[in-house]
Design a protein around this ligand. Structure first.
Ligand code: WT7
Length: 635
């Protein structure tokens, strides 16, 4: 019996039970039957959750790109691996076959080696959604270099801190990028970022926008001539199962971004397995995930998951609103997309436009439609189900995180009956639990608690780059022996999970995970600002938006509050990126603080939401009178 594909509900429960009772046998069998290995493992899993130490497929040897590309060549060499759909529809799509992908990745891998990149070196990839991005990622994996993709919407200072944190040796970027009717000067941002990055020796520049850029002698080279000179053959590096594959930064509730480290074999096995089941993938399907490869969703479900299954995956450079609001639906129609995977924020923004945009196109190729990134509200779920899925495509509401590497809780389409706003059931191998405030596991159904995972899973992050203590502290200390997700959830009468949102100081804005602390740090650097507190509040399109409460220094300058508001947002934009801009800024004379000096964010959150009904226990506040002032001046 094979566990790779769940065929019906009965089988789901059977596989699930097996995966809990005998996780080693379950994952061992999946790993053995569906991948090519240079050498098998001594142990399927070895772990100590208390120490946050987890190893899967101990001592096995593998290369993930051999599994993504080489092994498909005999059977699927001419099959399209990647469809590149450019920002401008008139430019025409590009189809890259598995054979061609092999050649391009091999050449890129050879270029990286020639440029001195070795196994274990970190390479920062700061590229728009063009084929070079996929090829650079795979080329790193080919030679065992650790890729650190930084979303090309991040500002120079955000890039600087990510490069310095893991000491990248090389940056791969492009002259610029297209997004809707804008073009973005990516090389300029890299030049600025690199002023403070001593570890970077070389910069390779892909040509996308044909713009004049500054090329620094001895550091910068155009990528294309190097590729043209490279040979299209490459021997893959033999990697240990636990060798690092990539670092991906995610916001924390405090301090600097966390470089989540994912390793090779476990990530490979679970992204492939989850892709196959959550999207009901069958040969000749065309899969489209609209995320950017700069996020985990793109890593796992634009690149690795689909390619491991020999699928055709769409890389879309553009935005949902350009050249018009029919763009997503036009692409589905044009490429006969079978599975479509997007975010609630995109769904909401398109649902508010006329239904004619979607009705205009033939979406009959669709089989499964997915949602990820934040809780999907009931209205958006129904619009998606009715207008995009035409009530015949199961909606998979997939819950997971950068840290989990792959989808953890989600319906399996055509297997698990869906329920609007519910991520439903854990995948086989995943053991979620709800915990109460006393750190006890909550048994039974119709309960609410903090969502934890009590047994390791193959694709979990292994550490935070350079800071294992912080990894332990952030994820394994709140509930000893368990992984704490940072999310709250409820479990309904049949055991379905519904994710209710973050219980820490992270706010999800348009599906982007934003820590409030780094935004506050950026705001506090403005010369007029004494102190600030940021919270999220509900927003129709973005899910949440940011509300800032700001105390000004008494300098007498900055009388013009509108101007100041603008300046603060420009500051945030340049330090973190435009996504972190505040929708509302309220200047206050103080912030509600406890005797130990901690800001009581719970109260600020209620005020920002406009809910003045019950602030809970405020007896520990040092300055309770400030609550009324803030409330009365709410924007
Ligand atoms: C946080 C992780 C890997 C997904 C992309 C975001 C929220 C994610 C759902 C969902 C409700 C969701 C959680 C999670 N989230 N998917 N289907 N329903 N909430 O990855 O940036 O690491 O953010 O996104 O709060 O903890 P991320």
């Amino acid at each position: 019996m094979s566990y790779y594909k769940i065929k019906n509900l009965e089988e789901y429960f059977k596989h699930y039970k097996k995966s809990i009772r005998e996780p080693r046998k379950f994952w061992g069998k999946i790993a053995e039957e569906n991948f090519i290995w240079y050498q098998g493992w001594d142990k399927v899993v070895d772990f100590n959750m208390g120490e946050a130490d987890v190893k899967w497929f101990v001592n096995a040897k593998v290369n993930i790109t051999k599994n993504c590309i080489d092994r498909h060549l005999a059977k699927r060499g001419d099959k399209t691996a990647i469809i590149f759909e450019p920002n401008n529809p008139n430019e025409g799509a590009l189809h890259i076959s598995y054979n061609e992908l092999y050649d391009r990745v091999a050449k890129m891998a050879n270029v990286l080696r020639e440029q001195g990149v070795k196994k274990g070196d970190r390479v920062c990839i700061y590229l728009p959604m063009i084929p070079e991005l996929a090829i650079a990622v795979l080329a790193c994996a080919r030679i065992g270099a650790i890729h650190s993709v930084v979303f090309a919407g991040f500002s120079a200072s955000a890039v600087t801190s990510r490069i310095n944190d893991c000491e990248c040796k090389m940056v791969i970027t492009s002259d610029g990028g297209f997004r809707g009717n804008k073009s973005i000067d990516l090389k300029g941002i890299i030049d600025e970022a690199l002023e403070k990055c001593p570890s970077v020796e070389k910069v390779l520049v892909a040509n996308r926008t044909n713009t004049d850029v500054n090329m620094k002698e001895g550091r910068d080279q155009w990528l294309q001539p190097l590729l043209d000179a490279a040979i299209p053959n490459n021997v893959a590096e033999i990697m240990d199962a636990e060798d690092p594959l990539f670092i991906l930064y995610t916001s924390g509730s405090t301090g600097k971004p966390k470089g989540m480290l994912h390793t090779t074999a476990g990530y490979m096995v679970q992204t492939a397995y989850s892709f196959k089941n959550i999207f009901n993938y069958e040969e000749n399907d065309v899969f489209w995930c609209t995320a950017d490869i700069g996020w985990i969703t793109g890593h796992s479900y634009i690149l690795y998951g689909p390619l491991l299954n020999g699928a055709t995956t769409v890389i879309f450079e553009g935005v949902p609103s350009y050249p018009d609001f029919g763009r997503f639906w036009e692409v589905i129609d044009k490429h006969k997309v079978s599975q479509f995977y997007t975010a609630p924020t995109a769904i909401r923004s398109l649902a508010k436009e006329s239904d004619e945009w979607v009705d205009k196109y033939d979406l009959s190729s669709l089989k499964v439609i997915g949602s990820v990134g934040e809780p999907i509200n009931e209205e958006a779920w129904h619009w998606y189900n009715d207008h995009v899925g035409k009530k015949k495509c199961p909606v998979v509401d997939t819950w997971w995180q950068t840290e989990t590497g792959s989808i953890m809780i989600s319906p399996v389409p055509f297997v698990t009956p869906t329920k609007p706003t519910y991520a439903t059931l854990p995948l086989p191998g995943i053991q979620p639990v709800l915990m109460d405030e006393k750190r006890n596991e909550i048994e039974g159904n119709q309960v609410v608690g903090s969502l934890c995972i009590k047994f390791p899973w193959p694709s979990m992050a292994r550490t935070i780059w350079g800071d294992h203590e912080r990894y332990k502290e952030t994820y394994f200390s709140a509930f000893p022996g368990k992984y704490f997700t940072g999310d709250g959830a409820l479990r309904d009468e049949v055991g379905y999970y519904r994710i209710t949102g973050r219980v820490d100081d992270v706010v999800i804005v348009s599906g982007h995970n934003l820590g409030t602390a780094p935004i506050e740090d950026a705001i506090n650097e403005h010369p007029a600002v004494a102190e600030s507190a940021i919270v999220g509040f509900p927003h129709d399109i973005k899910g949440n938006a940011l509300y800032g409460f700001i105390i000004l220094k008494e300098t007498g300058e900055y009388r013009d509050r509108d101007n100041l508001t603008r300046e603060i947002n420009e500051h945030v934009s340049s330090h973190i990126g435009p996504i972190a801009k505040l929708d509302k800024i309220q200047f206050v004379s103080g912030l509600p603080k406890t005797r130990s000096g901690k800001i009581m964010r719970r109260i600020l959150r209620k005020i920002a939401e406009g809910d003045f009904s019950n602030f809970g226990d405020t007896s520990t506040l040092l300055n309770p009178e400030i609550v009324d002032e803030i409330k009365d001046n709410k924007i």
